[in-house]
Design a protein around this ligand. Structure first.
Ligand code: NDP
Ligand code: 8X3
Length: 256
């Protein structure tokens, strides 16, 4: 086990990539601090992980869009969870897939508040403690959408370009400390992502992953483990990973 006695904080741990990271990091011996808005799902993840891996898990409802909630939660973490070794800024979403001049303003607000401000809020509160302890590791989950703007992706792609830029900004500002940053940019991963994007339309969401083999949450979690377990002098700044069947956002080898 490579992460024994470490503490990993994961946002968006109730589903998808965040949930996969919770299991993989626990498998490596890390204690966990898990956040999301759906506490029933968090609770079942936490209980299952505790019984399978014997690590300590703290979980709580936390909406990353609310700075006061984030600050209070981190300030009041129980003593045994208060030293965060690894921060995984994962909570995020796309909402809608339409031309920018037709888009729903509320969708924009929620994407910007979650993908950009939420990541900033968690980092602003957790990272000073990492700098003070002169050790820590930050994983920001970006996207292929941060490398490439695709039709109707407009604002979501903008938020993921931001994630890529702020990851670089963090790397620059943390230079000279032992706090490392890795930006992970996945292509198509089969999670609740598309169901959320299409506002609960399960059929439409399913269609996104048909006819080829998409990535799974576990594929991204394994990459996160690899990045988090390099020697102290090795910083993997960025990982861009797609399914083998995906060349670009729009070139996907669908056999159908
Ligand atoms: P899921 O929809 O499966 O999971 C998203 C997670 O984020 C859930 O746990 C959700 O929990 C949480 N979340 C959403 N809003 C908030 C909020 N305001 N506060 C706290 N938690 C929140 O999607 P993925 O696992 O696929 O997405 C995870 C990350 O990966 C996102 O940043 C996404 O942009 C990125 N990504 C996804 C790709 C894909 O193809 N799936 C590809 C590239 C990047 P809850 O609803 O309970 O709050
Ligand atoms: C999720 C992948 O291609 O839907 O970020 O933007 S994509």
């Amino acid at each position: 086990m490579k992460l024994q006695n470490k503490t990993t904080l994961i946002t968006g741990a109730s589903a998808g990539i965040g949930k996969s990271c919770a299991y993989k990091f626990a498998e490596e011996g890390s204690n966990l601090v898990l956040f999301a808005r759906r506490t029933d799902m968090l609770e079942s993840v936490a209980k299952d992980i505790e019984s399978k891996y014997g690590v300590k898990v703290f979980y709580s409802k936390l909406d990353v869009r609310n700075f006061d909630e984030v600050k209070t939660m981190i300030d009041l973490l129980p003593e045994e969870f208060s030293t965060i070794d690894i921060l995984i800024n994962n909570a995020g979403k796309a909402l809608g897939l339409s031309k920018f001049y037709d888009a729903d303003l509320e969708d924009w607000e929620e994407m910007i508040d979650t993908n950009i401000k939420g990541l900033l809020y968690l980092s602003r509160v957790v990272v000073p403690k990492m700098v003070a302890q002169n050790s820590g590791f930050i994983i920001n989950i970006g996207s292929l959408a941060g490398h490439e703007v695709y039709p109707n992706g407009n604002v979501y792609c903008g938020t993921k370009s931001f994630v890529r830029a702020i990851s670089k900004g963090m790397i620059i500002d943390l230079n000279g400390t032992n706090v490392k940053v890795t930006n992970i940019d996945p292509g198509l991963v089969e999670t609740e992502f598309s169901e959320v994007r299409f506002h609960g339309d399960k059929e439409k969401a399913k269609g996104i992953y048909l006819g080829y083999t998409p990535l799974k949450g576990d594929d991204i979690a394994e990459i996160a483990i690899f990045a988090a377990t390099r020697p102290a002098h090795v910083q993997i700044q960025e990982i861009f990973v797609t399914p083998t069947d995906q060349a670009t956002a729009t070139i996907v080898n669908k056999k159908m």
